[in-house]
Design a protein around this ligand. Structure first.
Ligand code: TYC
Length: 104
């Protein structure tokens, strides 16, 4: 039993009754295209999504074969930032690589 937290007048909530809400999580999807090189996608998966070289290659090949695949699962702000970084790096390197996000 922890501290007593006032709720309404004359009412208390014990710490054991406090639930911690988990933030909504989002899958960042990598989308296949015909022009981005496999090496560039692997580099993105290693550098932006912190995948090992082996996992990065596996995810890249799966996206290449199936059309899309999950690069990682993050909170909304982190997912949005990673997508913006990928699109920036892709544009800088003149690749059409695109990401999307969806609720996990
Ligand atoms: N299809 C690309 C090629 O053959 C490789 C690729 C993989 C591109 C994954 C995008 O998200 C992607 N060069």
């Amino acid at each position: 039993m922890g501290d007593l937290i006032p709720k309404e007048e004359g009412e208390v909530l014990t710490r054991d009754e406090v639930t911690t809400d988990e933030p909504p999580m989002y899958r960042v999807l990598l989308l296949n295209d015909d022009y981005t090189t496999m090496d560039f996608v692997v580099l993105i998966l290693e550098s932006v999504f912190r995948k090992s070289p082996q996992d990065a290659r596996q995810v890249m090949l799966s996206v290449h074969e199936k059309g899309a695949g999950v690069a990682g699962v993050y909170t909304r702000e982190v997912a949005e930032t990673k997508i913006a970084v990928v699109h920036h790096l892709a544009a800088q390197n003149e690749f059409p690589l695109k990401c999307a996000m969806e609720p996990d």
